[in-house]
Design a protein around this ligand. Structure first.
Ligand code: WT7
Length: 635
């Protein structure tokens, strides 16, 4: 029996039991089976959730790019590592082999070095989904620089907040990006963002859309000429297992984004192991995850996990609706995709379109389908199962988070029987538990509670960059000696988990994790706004959409409401990005508050979702009369 690859249900249970009883033995065996270590560890695991401190494979030495690239050169050097499908279907796809990718990464790494980037330096990557994005990520890892990819849909303010938070020395971007029929001036956004970023010494610019852009002399460099001159040899920096690999920002319930820090050895082992098992990847498969590398899904399951397994991983530059709603299925047919991994919001959007967009294409190459990012509703699940998988492909509903680094709860295809809307069972090494409001563990089945994890796994984020206290408060303080996920979940009669959604102030919109506080902060910057509160409400494509309750300042001035709404959404777009725009904005005379001044979001959520039959007891509110007033004018 291999420790690395689960092949049937009995084996899953066997492996799972072992992983809980002897976690160190289990992970040590996995780590030994498939990876290149320059030196083995002295100790598999040391942990203390009260500090919190978690260390995996201490004393081990490695470079993750040796595992993702060098390791494959002799066995599969001419196999496609990255299959790049451009935005425009008429532009030719690129098949980048492991040999070619290795060379690109080495050259890029040498360019980074020539610009003074060293081990431990932070590099912000702000690129569209083009091969340079994956290459720059790996180039940083090659030399031990800490990459922080910022999703290229984020605004200049969001970019500069992140640059300053991690004190990045360099930004890597492109002249622009293609998005469906549109082009976006990325370099312009970078220039604006960097006005207040003193730590950035250089900006490297990849050419993608060939526009005339301004290059700041002494700071900005075109990438290609530097690559042309660079040597194709670059010895990997030998890293400690616990050396930082990357920072990835995620929203929290207060204003500042949290820079989740992931380290090298454990992250590699866990993402590789879960990729292999959750997607049941085989040597000649063509795997496609539609996420952007700007999110954790892209880090773990477009770049590191697949490449560590020698897989062919597809990178798609475009959007599902361009040139029409058949694009995903066109790509599945064209490249004979075997595993397809996407978000419920994309499935819902495509399910609304005519089935001809699906039926035109030959999808029989598909073997496993996946979803991630938010709960998938039953209807979308069946549409996916019936029309895309032809009822033959197991759907892996994968639950995890930026903080967890890899998938924690998911079916293992061809082993775990799937159940619509259920993420099902924990993967080996994962010990979930449900907690009640009083901090007690809920035992048994057919129960519901707050989802926590009792034991560390190798790819858990080790800290929040520059703010360990916040890391402790957010994840390890709600429940004693447990990692708190922020999600609610139920466990059914056979022990399957179903994630019911966030129980904190984070709202998932189209699979994007948005904190209410940063959005409210943006709105409150409007000179006419006194106070605001954001809640989510059900939306048939986005899963949740945002509903804003806004109190205006009493100036006596009459202002056009629709203009105000536009201005508020523009502020949000400038501060965070268009993904955080509000669907509805209601101007209200007040917000329901408890006597201690806390906004009662529960009531606002009910009003926003038009579910006002049972508002609960409002008499204990500071201002119960305001609830009636809000309900009367609800949108
Ligand atoms: C939150 C994490 C994991 C990569 C993408 C999102 C929600 C994620 C599922 C799922 C129900 C899910 C949770 C989680 N979520 N996957 N399969 N079923 N909910 O990463 O931005 O860090 O968001 O996404 O609420 O806490 P993220």
């Amino acid at each position: 029996m291999s420790n690395y690859h689960i092949k049937h249900l009995e084996e899953y249970f066997q492996v799972y039991r072992k992983s809980v009883r002897y976690p160190e033995v289990f992970w040590e065996e996995v780590a030994e089976e498939h990876f290149l270590w320059r030196k083995k560890w002295d100790k598999v695991l040391e942990w203390d959730f009260t500090k919190p401190e978690i260390k995996w494979f201490q004393g081990a030495k490695l470079n993750i790019t040796e595992n993702c690239l060098d390791k494959h050169l002799y066995v599969r050097g001419d196999k496609t590592a990255i299959l790049f499908e451009p935005n425009n279907p008429n532009e030719e796809a690129q098949h980048i082999t492991y040999k070619q990718l290795h060379e690109k990464v080495c050259k890029f790494a040498n360019v980074l070095k020539s610009k003074g980037i060293q081990k431990g330096d932070r590099v912000i990557i702000y690129l569209p989904m083009i091969p340079e994005l994956a290459v720059s990520v790996l180039a940083c890892a090659r030399i031990g620089a800490i990459h922080s990819v910022v999703f290229a849909g984020f605004s200049s303010t969001a970019l500069s907040t992140r640059v300053n938070d991690c004190q990045a020395k360099m930004v890597i971007t492109s002249d622009g990006s293609y998005r469906g029929a549109k082009t976006i001036d990325l370099k312009g956004i970078v220039d604006e963002g960097l006005e207040d970023c003193p730590t950035v010494e250089n900006v490297l610019v990849a050419k993608r859309i060939n526009t005339n852009i301004e290059m700041k002399s002494g700071r900005d460099y075109w990438l290609q000429p530097l690559l042309d001159e660079a040597s194709a040899e670059c010895n990997p920096e030998i890293m400690d297992a616990e050396d930082p690999l990357f920072i990835l920002y995620t929203s929290g319930s207060t204003g500042r984004p949290k820079g989740m820090l992931h380290t090298t050895g454990g992250y590699m082992v866990y993402t590789a192991y879960t990729f292999k098992n959750v997607f049941q990847y085989k040597e000649n498969d063509i795997y496609w995850c539609t996420a952007d590398i700007g999110w954790i899904t892209g880090h773990s399951y477009i770049v590191y996990g697949p490449l560590a397994n020698g897989a062919t991983t597809v990178m798609f530059e475009g959007v599902p609706s361009y040139p029409d709603y058949g694009r995903f299925w066109d790509i599945v047919e064209k490249h004979k995709i075997t595993q397809f991994y996407t978000a419920p919001t994309a499935i819902r959007a495509l399910a609304k379109e005519n089935l001809d967009f699906v039926n035109k294409y030959e999808l029989s190459s598909l073997r496993v389908l996946g979803t991630v990012g938010e709960p998938i509703n039953e209807e979308a699940w069946h549409w996916y199962n019936d029309n895309i998988g032809d009822k033959k492909c197991p759907i892996v509903d994968t639950w995890w988070q930026t903080e967890t680094g890899g998938i924690l709860i998911s079916p293992v295809p061809f082993s775990t029987p799937t159940k619509p809307t259920y993420a099902t069972l924990p993967l080996p090494g994962i010990q979930p538990t449900l907690m009640d409001e009083n901090g007690k563990e809920i035992k048994g089945n057919s129960v519901e509670g707050r989802l926590c994890i009792k034991f560390p796994w190798p790819s858990i984020a080790r800290t929040i960059w520059g703010d360990h206290e916040r890391y402790k408060n957010t994840y390890f303080s709600a429940f004693d000696n447990k990692y708190f996920t922020g999600d609610g979940a139920l466990r059914d009669e056979v022990g399957y988990y179903r994630i019911t959604g966030r129980v904190d102030d984070v709202i998932i919109v189209s699979g994007h994790n948005l904190g209410t506080a940063p959005i409210e902060d943006s709105i409150n910057e409007h000179p006419a706004v006194a106070e605001s509160a954001i809640v989510g409400f059900p939306h048939d494509v986005k899963g949740n959409a945002l509903y804003g309750y806004v109190i205006l300042k009493e100036t006596g001035e009459v202002r056009d409401r629709d203009n105000l709404r536009k201005e508020i959404n523009q502020l949000i777009t400038d501060h965070i990005g268009p993904i955080a725009k509000l669907n509805k904005i209601q101007f209200v005379p007040g917000l329901p508050k408890t006597r201690s001044g806390k906004i009662m979001r529960r009531i606002l959520r009910k009003i926003a979702s038009k579910d006002t039959s049972n508002l609960g007891d409002t008499s204990t509110l500071l201002n119960p009369e305001v609830v009636e007033l809000i309900m009367k004018e609800a949108l």
